[in-house]
Design a protein around this ligand. Structure first.
Ligand code: KG4
Ligand code: ZN
Length: 341
């Protein structure tokens, strides 16, 4: 069955047509208006989604050479995410499903990230790591559709920590990729930063203390003019030291959870924008070699960051289980946990 999938939970306006796990088309627009604010402004996100969604849906249908006649269902992200942004996608999905007389499927954005790296070789139970601007979660996957969050952030999420750290160094938004590039030129051991949750690791993440420590460090190294007083080498070393500690906290927590699990975990599904980072992948590789774990990433970097393909893939599994939404009742769920129905 062909599924038209729509995603507007944050700052990507996306639509895709998928048939099971086969991608027939994928269109996504990453909103640029937020870069000048250094973070996402919900009201601007909503307005931009509204301005573009219709043409993005039409483009996705055209690229897949599809029309309402061969689409079997319409799927949309209903949460978690920004309430007023989610509403835009839901409104359109509901409208199309009703006009076309097609079933409607409501998707959890995190389930989309989890399933976007799924391959037929994955054995359950497995673990999932979802690392993005709005999520830092380790999730036990008992089977498709059955999840348990084992750790999440108590404060800032990992992508947010990278974005804010990058901003302190004067890098453009989104900071994660810019910081990765700069960090590759620096020495990760040059500056000392505190390991988050030292002695209390293994159950949750916390990035706000590290972010504050980084701010202080920049001021120490750069003097009164902070980041503008830094040399190129100092900036690269700072970026490298900070990114290394952000990932150290993540991978140590992941290691503890996998080693302490009573279940024999053989596969790890990784997704979310931060999973596009090659340095993080190197660190995860060390853990996977040591723990005999197969790590799976989305087929390309575009599928790590938000997209509608992942929504369509998750929807295919829901459709197979007969889990459809009532168009009269479908509503945004901005705080929907992936382990809640
Ligand atoms: O999954 P995503 O597109 O949206 C959310 O659901 O949040 O993730 C966006 C986040 C941003 O924080 C961005 O800086 C980060 O993913 N990101 C990266 C990289 N590419 C994107 N972080 C580190 N390295 C990258 N290469
Ligand atoms: Zn996401």
């Amino acid at each position: 069955m062909l599924i038209l999938a729509i995603e507007t939970s944050c700052d990507e306006t996306a639509a895709a047509v998928v048939e099971d796990t086969k991608v027939l088309s994928s269109i996504k627009w990453t909103q640029e208006i937020h870069s000048q604010w250094g973070g996402i402004v919900p009201s601007l996100a909503k307005r931009d989604h509204e301005a573009r969604i219709e043409s993005i849906i039409n483009q996705a249908l055209a690229d897949a050479k599809s029309t309402k006649d061969n689409i079997g269902a319409v799927a949309v992200t209903v949460g978690p995410g920004l309430a007023i942004a989610l509403e835009v996608g839901i409104k359109w999905a509901k409208k199309l499903a009703q006009e076309w007389h097609k079933p409607l499927i409501g998707i959890n954005h995190i389930e989309g990230h989890i399933l976007s790296s799924l391959t037929p070789e994955v054995r359950f139970p497995c673990m999932a790591l979802v690392v993005s601007g709005g999520h830092t979660q380790i999730i036990r996957v008992d089977e498709i559709g059955k999840y348990k969050i084992l750790a999440q952030s108590l404060d800032d999420d990992i992508g947010e920590a990278l974005d804010k750290g990058a901003r302190m160094l004067g890098l453009p938004y989104p900071g994660g990729p810019a910081l990765e590039k700069l960090a590759a030129q620096g020495d990760p051991k040059k500056y000392k930063l505190p390991l988050p949750m030292a002695g209390r690791e293994g159950r949750a993440f916390s990035y706000s203390g590290l972010k504050t420590a980084f701010y202080r460090l920049i001021n120490q190294v750069g003097g009164p003019s902070a980041s503008s007083g830094l040399s190129a080498d100092q900036k690269a070393d700072l970026a490298s030291s900070y990114q290394a500690m952000v990932f150290k906290h993540l991978v140590r927590t992941l290691r503890l959870i996998i080693n302490n699990s009573e279940l024999a975990i053989r596969d790890l599904l990784a997704g979310g924008g931060v999973a596009a980072n090659m340095k993080l992948r190197e660190e995860i590789k060390k853990l996977s070699d040591e723990a005999g774990l197969n790590v799976h990433y989305p087929a390309n970097l575009m599928l790590c960051t938000d997209n509608a393909v992942m929504v369509g893939i998750a929807a295919g599994f829901k459709a197979a289980r007969g889990e459809f939404a009532d168009p009269e009742k479908i509503d945004r769920l901005p705080r929907w946990r992936v382990d809640e129905k």
